[in-house]
Design a protein around this ligand. Structure first.
Ligand SMILES: NCCCNCCCCCS
Ligand SMILES: [Zn+2]
Length: 668
C-alpha cells in the first residue's frame, strides 16, 4: 500500500495584509517550497495524490463552538479594518478574506488523509496545509491557527471509524495547547508534545505546558508535555525522548491510529525554535512511529518557518513514509543536562500512569541546568543556549544525504526446497569461491570440511554482506544450520575484511563465541532469560528477562530503553539479527524488532534463522520489505524484577553509552 500526499495551492492564497512582527513569518511560500521540493525530488510522483475538500460545519464543530464558527464565517466579508479589529481579540494570529476558506480546506485535507488511511486506500500519508491547527482552541484562533485540524481529525476518526485509541505526536517546537485542551480529560487520545519552554519564558508562556500537566480526571496520564528549557537541542536530545518517553508509552497505549502534528520549526535554522536538530532526524522520528497502529500514520503540517529546513524536513518525512531506508544518524551527541532534566521530570510525572515508567527516578532534587554550575576556571559552559548562540537564520547545516534505495530490497539465502517470498530475491553465491577464502572458511567454520552446502551457505552470507556494503542489496535473510556459526563467520568477515562496525542482536539464550565480544568493535546485545553470572561489559550486553523473550512487555522495555539508544549511539554499518533456537519470542514482536532495527545502517539488516524455523521466512521478509509489523496487544506491566534489572544495567552502562541516560547528573 502506498503513501498519500494531499496538497492544494488554494491554501497559499491568503497572507498578512498589515504590519505585525509576530505573524510575518507565516507566509504562503511555506507551502510552495515544501511542495516544490517534493516534486523536484520525485517524491510527489511516488505518492498517491488525494484531493482536498472543505470540512463541513459539523466536522468543524467536533472541536469548536458554534459561536466561534459563526464568527469566523463572517470574516470573508469584512473590510481590512474589520479584519484587524476581529484579529485583535486573538493572539499571534491574523485573518484575511480567504483564510476561512483555506482553514476549511486545511481541516478537510486532514480528514481526507484519515479517510485514505482508515479505508486502506493507502498505508500512511502527509498533508501540506496552512493555516496550521494545533494552537487553535474551542472558541479562539491562536498562533497562526484557525481550526484545529488534527483535533478535528482525531474526533472524526473515532466517530466515523470507531477508532478506540488515537496517538497524537506533536513534534512542532510549540506546545499545541489547543490539542491539549481538547483531549485533556479523554483517555482515548494520548497527546504527546515537546516544545520550547525556557521555564515559561517562551511563547505561549503557559503554565499548562509544563511536564507536570498530565491530563485531568479520566485523562490523567494521557497528556505528555516535554518542555525544552534551553535552545540548541540536537538529534540526540530528540531521539532520547522518543526512546525513553514516547515510544515505551506509545507501545503500552497501543493506538489504532497515529496522527502527527508535523511542525518543522523544531529543525535547525528555524527562527522560532532556535534548535539544532537536522532535517534527517525527522526520517527517524517518522520511522520510529511507523510500526504502531499497523502503520496507520497521518502527518499533518503545522509550523516550520525556515523555508530551507522546512522543505528538507518535509522531504525526509515523506521519503520515510514511502519506505525508503533512513539515513544513518549523524554522530549523535549525548543529551544535554537540560534535556536530561526534562526527561527525568516527565518520566517521574508519568510514573504513576504508565507501567513502563513505574520505576523511573523521582523528580530531580534541583534543576542544575538553570543554575550557573561553577566550572573549573576558563572552561566554557558546555550547556546549550548560551548567550554566544548565533541567531537561527545564520545557521548552516549539511544538505541531508541522498537516500538511495538499493536495487534489491531483500535477498534470501534459502535451501532449494524453501520458497522465496514475493518481493524478495533468492541469493546464492554462484561464482566459484576464491580458493583461499574457501579453505579459510572450511577450517574455521565447518564441522566436516567437505560439507559443501554449509560452505555454499557461509560463502553466500559473506558475499551478501559485501553486496550490502556496496548498497546493492538492502537487507538479507538466511536459513542456516547453526546460527551461531553463521553469525561468527559474518562478524569475522565484516570486522576484519570490511572493518565495519556490526551490531549483533541475539534474541534468545545460547552462547555467543567470546572472541566476538572481545574484539571491542562489534557490539553484541543478547536478550534472553539466562541468569548470567558474567557481567555485561561495554560491548557484550546481556538483558535477562525472568520469563525470557516470551515476555513481550519486558522485551519492549529492553528494546526502547536499551537496544535502540545503544544502536543510535553505536551507529553500525550492519545489523545482524540472530534468532537463537527456542527464543520464545512472539511473531509480532519479532516483526516489530525487525522493523525497528532498520533505523540503523541504512536498513542493512541481516537476519539469521535456524533452518528448522523456515515458517518464519515469510513474516520476517515482510518486515524486511518495509511492511508495518502487526500491532502488539496492549502491554501489561513488565515484571518488577525485570525492570529493576534493566535499570541497574542501564545505570552501569550509561557511563559508556550516553544515550542510555534518563536522569540528570546529581548535584553534589
Ligand atoms: N516571534 C514571533 C512570535 C510567534 N508566536 C506564535 C508562533 C505560532 C507558531 C505556530 S506552529
Ligand atoms: Zn510551531
Amino acid at each position: 500500500m502506498g503513501t498519500a500526499l494531499i496538497y492544494d495551492d488554494e491554501m497559499t492564497k491568503y497572507k498578512l495584509l498589515w504590519v505585525d512582527p509576530a505573524c510575518k513569518i507565516e507566509v504562503p511560500e511555506r507551502l510552495t517550497v515544501s511542495h516544490e521540493a517534493l516534486v523536484r525530488t520525485g517524491l510527489a510522483d511516488r505518492c498517491v495524490s488525494v484531493p482536498v475538500r472543505e470540512a463541513t460545519d459539523a466536522e468543524i464543530l467536533l472541536a469548536h463552538s458554534e459561536e466561534y464558527l459563526e464568527a469566523v464565517k463572517k470574516t470573508p466579508y469584512m473590510s481590512l479594518e474589520d479584519l484587524m479589529e476581529f484579529t485583535r481579540q486573538y493572539g499571534d494570529v491574523y485573518f484575511h478574506p480567504n483564510i476561512y476558506h483555506c482553514a476549511k480546506l486545511a481541516a478537510g485535507a486532514a480528514l481526507q488523509l484519515v479517510d485514505s488511511v482508515m479505508t486502506g486506500k493507502v498505508r500512511n500519508g502527509m498533508t501540506l496545509v496552512r493555516p496550521p491547527g494545533h494552537h487553535s482552541m474551542r472558541s479562539a484562533a491562536n498562533g497562526f491557527c484557525v481550526f484545529n485540524n488534527v483535533a478535528i481529525a482525531a474526533r472524526y476518526a473515532k466517530q466515523k471509524y470507531g477508532v478506540q485509541r488515537v496517538l497524537i505526536v506533536d513534534w512542532d517546537i510549540h506546545h499545541g495547547q489547543g490539542v491539549q485542551y481538547c483531549f485533556e480529560d479523554d483517555p482515548s487520545v494520548l497527546y504527546f508534545s515537546w516544545h520550547r519552554y525556557e521555564h515559561q519564558k517562551f511563547w505561549p508562556h503557559l503554565r499548562n505546558s509544563d511536564y507536570d500537566i498530565v491530563g485531568k480526571e479520566k485523562g490523567a496520564g494521557f497528556n505528555i508535555n516535554v518542555p525544552w528549557n534551553k535552545v540548541g537541542m540536537e538529534n540526540g536530545d530528540y531521539l532520547s525522548v522518543f526512546c525513553h518517553v514516547l515510544l515505551p508509552v506509545a507501545y503500552e497505549f497501543c493506538p489504532d491510529l497515529v496522527l502527527v502534528c508535523a511542525g518543522f520549526d523544531s529543525a535547525i535554522g528555524d527562527p522560532e525554535g532556535e534548535m539544532c536538530a537536522t532535517p534527517d532526524v525527522f526520517a527517524h522520528l517518522t520511522h520510529l512511529l511507523m510500526n504502531l497502529a499497523g502503520g496507520k500514520l497521518c502527518a499533518v503540517l503545522e509550523g516550520g518557518y525556515n523555508l530551507t529546513s522546512l522543505a528538507q524536513s518535509v522531504c525526509q518525512t515523506v521519503q520515510t513514509l514511502l519506505g525508503d531506508p533512513v539515513p544513518r544518524p549523524a554522530s549523535l551527541n549525548s543529551p544535554c543536562i537540560s534535556a536530561l532534566e526534562s526527561l527525568q521530570c516527565v518520566r517521574s510525572a508519568h510514573k504513576a500512569y504508565w507501567s513502563c515508567l513505574k520505576h523511573a527516578a523521582d523528580l530531580p532534587t534541583s534543576t542544575i541546568s538553570t543554575k550557573r554550575i561553577k566550572l573549573r576556571e576558563g572552561e566554557e559552559t558546555t550547556e546549550k543556549g548560551g548567550e554566544e548562540e548565533k541567531d537561527a537564520e545564520e545557521k548552516v547545516w549539511p544538505e541531508p544525504p541522498k537516500r538511495v534505495t538499493p536495487p534489491v530490497c531483500a535477498a534470501l539465502v534459502l535451501p532449494d526446497d524453501v520458497a522465496c517470498p514475493e518481493g524478495c530475491e533468492r541469493f546464492s553465491f554462484s561464482e566459484d569461491l576464491d580458493p583461499l577464502l574457501a579453505s579459510k572458511l572450511r577450517e574455521s567454520f565447518l564441522r566436516d570440511a567437505d560439507d559443501s552446502t554449509a560452505l555454499i551457505t557461509i560463502s553466500s552470507l559473506i558475499a551478501l554482506t559485501e553486496k550490502m556494503e556496496k548498497n546493492e542489496i538492502c537487507s538479507g535473510l538466511a536459513l542456516v544450520r547453526d546460527v551461531t556459526k553463521a553469525m561468527t563467520s559474518i562478524v569475522q568477515h565484516v570486522t576484519t575484511v570490511l572493518s565495519n562496525r556490526v551490531l549483533v542482536v541475539c534474541v534468545g539464550d545460547g552462547n555467543v563465541p567470546s572472541h566476538i565480544t572481545e574484539d571491542r568493535e562489534t557490539l553484541v546485545v543478547q536478550m534472553g532469560s539466562a541468569q548470567t553470572d558474567e557481567q555485561s561489559c561495554k560491548y557484550y550486553i546481556r538483558v535477562c528477562l525472568k520469563k525470557g523473550c516470551s515476555d513481550t512487555s519486558g522485551f519492549v522495555q529492553a528494546v526502547f530503553g536499551l537496544l535502540l539508544p545503544l544502536g543510535y549511539e553505536y551507529d553500525p554499518s550492519l545489523v545482524v539479527l540472530v534468532r537463537m533456537p527456542d527464543s520464545g519470542v512472539s511473531d509480532s514482536l519479532w516483526q516489530q524488532l525487525t522493523g525497528l532495527l532498520q533505523s540503523f545502517a541504512l536498513g542493512h539488516t541481516l537476519v539469521l534463522l535456524q533452518e528448522e524455523e523456515k515458517a518464519l521466512v515469510g513474516l520476517t521478509a515482510s518486515s524486511l520489505l518495509g511492511n508495518p509489523a502487526p500491532s502488539l496487544k496492549q502491554l501489561q506491566a513488565p515484571l518488577t524484577e525485570d525492570v529493576e534489572a534493566l535499570e541497574r544495567l542501564r545505570h552501569r552502562l550509561q557511563a559508556d553509552w550516553k544515550l542510555l541516560q534518563t536522569t540528570a547528573p546529581q548535584t553534589q
